[in-house]
Design a protein around this ligand. Structure first.
Ligand code: IVH
Length: 708
């Protein structure tokens, strides 16, 4: 959604120049061009417009990856055709010209940009160039820093007094933002021991936690949300009124010196960082020096998978030659130093075509619109579909079939359609309309007033039944192997199964008729029958999960199964009985009651009983000593390969009378940490003084209920 309004402006800027251009499409063939010259002109206009949007108005019009792609294409043509290279080309410049609102500040030492390496191969080529460019190549050491996604500023101290702070602007002239920088916590106003003149350069950013609370405030006030931490940081720093900036809780990491007079002579990155630290300036703790380039590569790779751990956004790793004399020898181009490179992480946003919007029907009948996308590799996997949640979301985003859309997939988060690229919209495009009838059964879809969701109300809808059965058979529920989507569809179509209760009544002749086209498939039928047979013995909690009771997750199902022991007790239980279980809230309790008030659902339970499904199996640890009674133990990270998986650890905690919620609070007894645990839980636990423990302590805890 970050790309809407801004795109109107971009198109306007472009049209003013009498050029009909389209916003770039990564990975798509561009328009036809007469020559390199045409393409160069076109690229320069587009890049200038994006620069103005990004640096001038803090409102990017396209994802960074799209911008980078344009710049690289231009640089490639210019390299092939040096006759087309001009001094004004955006490949030779940094950022955009300063805005008139703020007084201009000339940088005595220009503020440069960085060249990018898009993968390890490009990083390797940079390394090889570096080695060629210095004399004592064997001694070359490197310093790796995170590439913070904020905005660069230069802060000037004279006689220890902060006298000026400026943005990078176009690299030669920036904007005076002194009044705002003075409000940033962690930036000293006075440094008594500073050299006579000291310019400190670094990145102003907004911590993710601060960004999230700011948006919570916006939501509470009913005001529009901010798009992302970077733009919010940039917008916050470029405020006329510094009380606004002060409220925005910005932060700063320094990584470089500008003009310095007096003070000790620096010879290496380490000395520079030591000086900055000793002066009380904020240096990022992840800065690391390496003497082997292999270690540099490893650092880059490991941060690629940890990129969402810090409480600030990063989009790469900056690798710099550590020795300052070697830096001098390597020198710079007009735009960027040769002694540094930005290793960029793969983009988490890409642009692709939205082919269609379809609706899927869930087991509760909920009709969920989703985008069918031209498959695109983004955030580490190929994305061909993305949920659009509900009717209002489609309308709010105004995404339409045929649109070019920005697709985002960050970390483990499910892929999302951010919004359309409006300047690319086809002339005949029309807003999408939610279908009137269910795609599964053609019965009318219904949306109640005040509800964001639309439903198929037909309990006999074949698609609803199919999704219900697939869920029932899934690994976390009844784990029935061999019951794939096609088989399920066949069973429903042939009328052999009308609900999950019928599964256990299936006979061999029935399945033979459905599945066997040649005799070798008899094994398939036998396997399926024995998988169904095994499922008859599954624990009660799995039966409850499989039934698909709304809001009922695995932990709550386990608690209810342990309390009531037999499904009959649950069918009879009052809402209050269910709610009285520690860890079960009113919503789940009501949902359980509603489920078993329904005659169809009761009849499923009867079918289970008739067909020999056990409805009273409570997992092995019924008699475990209740040593964790009332204690809440949070488990995070991956425990696989330990003596318990995370789910098993949680179950064991619950089996001993404890609770194992997903988040930490003041009353958490301990945090159990596995590998690749999220930093935020660790931070929260240490803030609240909650013990952080590992495998050994968990064993002890399960035995004794105490920490060793
Ligand atoms: S050094 C002469 N180090 O990235 C070298 N830049 O794409 C100047 N950035 O303008 C930059 N983290 O705004 C450097 N650890 C880091 C950085 C960093 C983020 C930004 C900075 C720079 C941009 C270039």
């Amino acid at each position: 959604m970050a790309y809407f309004g801004a795109l109107f402006i971009t198109t306007e800027v472009l049209e003013r120049q009498n050029l009909v251009v389209h916003v770039a499409k990564v990975g798509l063939v561009m328009n036809e061009f007469d020559s390199d010259q045409d393409r160069v002109t076109q690229l320069r206009v587009q890049i200038a417009a994006h620069n103005e949007a990004y640096h001038g108005r803090d409102q990017p019009t396209v994802p960074d990856a799209v911008y980078d792609q344009l710049l690289r294409e231009l640089a490639e043509i210019e390299q092939r055709r040096p006759d087309l290279l001009t001094e004004e080309s955006p490949t030779q410049m940094v950022g955009s010209s300063p805005n008139e609102i703020f007084a201009p500040v000339e940088h005595k030492v220009p503020m440069m940009s960085l060249d990018n390496a898009m993968d390890l191969e490009e990083l390797q080529s940079w390394y090889e160039r570096v080695l060629k460019g210095i004399e004592d190549a064997d001694s070359c050491e490197f310093v790796c820093e995170l590439k913070f996604d904020g905005l660069a500023v230069s802060i000037r101290y004279e006689d220890g007094e902060l006298v000026q702070a400026a943005t990078r602007g176009n690299g030669r002239v920036g904007e005076d933002v002194t009044h705002n920088v003075l409000t940033i916590e962690g930036i000293p106003h006075r440094i008594p021991d500073a050299p006579k003149v000291l310019e400190v350069r670094g990145e102003v950013y907004m911590p993710i936690s601060g960004f999230e609370s700011l948006n919570e405030e916006q939501l509470a006030k009913g005001e529009p949300l901010f798009a992302n931490p970077r733009n919010t940081a940039a917008g916050s720093l470029r405020q006329k009124d510094s009380t606004v900036t002060a409220h925005r809780k910005l932060a700063f990491w320094c990584y470089q010196l500008g003009e310095v007079t007096g003070g000790p002579q620096m010879t290496s990155a380490k000395e520079t960082f030591d000086l900055l630290k000793s002066l009380g300036l904020p240096v990022n703790p992840e800065v690391t020096e390496f003497s082997e380039f292999k270690e540099v590569q490893r650092f880059c790779e490991s941060w690629m998978s940890k990129r969402h751990e810090p409480d600030y956004e990063i989009d790469g790793v900056v690798v710099k030659v550590a020795d300052l004399a070697q830096r001098e020898a390597l020198g710079s181009t007009s735009r960027a130093p040769r002694w540094a490179i930005a290793f960029k992480f793969p983009p988490e946003e890409k642009v692709t075509r939205l082919i269609a919007i379809d609706v899927s029907i869930g087991r509760t009948g909920r009709a969920t619109p989703f985008a069918v996308l031209d498959p695109v590799f983004v955030g580490g996997s190929t994305v061909g579909m993305a949920t659009l949640h509900n009717e209002d979301q489609v309308a709010n985003k105004d995404v339409r079939p045929g649109d070019m859309v920005v697709v985002r997939k960050a970390g483990d988060v499910i892929p999302e359609v951010v919004g359309p690229i409006l300047s690319d919209r086809l002339d005949d495009s029309k807003p999408w309309v939610f279908p009137n009838v269910c795609p599964g059964c053609q019965m009318p879809l219904e949306r109640q007033e005040g509800d964001a969701n639309t439903y198929c109300m037909n309990r006999r809808c074949p698609v609803r039944i199919e999704t219900g059965i697939s869920h029932f058979a899934s690994r976390n529920a009844m784990d029935i192997e061999g019951l794939g989507e096609r088989t399920v569809r066949g069973l429903v179509e042939q009328g052999m199964v009308n609900d999950v209760g019928d599964l256990f009544g299936l006979t061999k002749p029935q399945l033979m008729k459905l599945l066997v086209s040649d005799s070798s498939n008899e094994t398939l039928v036998n396997n399926l029958l024995s998988a169904i047979d095994e499922a008859r013995e599954r624990p009660l909690a799995n039966v409850l999960i499989g039934l698909g009771i709304e809001h009922l997750g695995p932990s709550a199902a386990e608690l209810i199964a342990r309390q009531f022991r037999d499904i009959d007790n649950i069918v009879r239980a009052e809402t209050a009985d269910v709610e009285s279980i520690d860890g079960i809230g009113p919503v789940i309790a009501q949902s359980v009651r509603d489920f078993f008030d329904d005659e169809d659902n009761k009849s499923i339970v009867e079918k289970f009983r008739l067909n020999g499904v056990r409805l009273d199996v409570v997992e092995g640890e019924v008699d475990a000593p209740q040593v964790l009674n009332g204690r809440s133990v949070v488990v995070t990270g991956s425990l696989d390969g330990w003596f318990l998986t995370r789910d098993e650890a949680k179950k064991s905690i619950i089996a001993r009378g404890g609770k194992s919620p997903g988040s930490i609070s003041k009353s958490t007894y301990a945090l159990v940490v596995g590998s690749e645990a999220g930093q935020s839980k660790l931070d929260k636990a240490s803030d609240l003084g909650i013990p952080i423990v590992g495998e050994e302590e968990l064993r002890y805890l399960l035995e004794t209920g105490e920490l060793p």
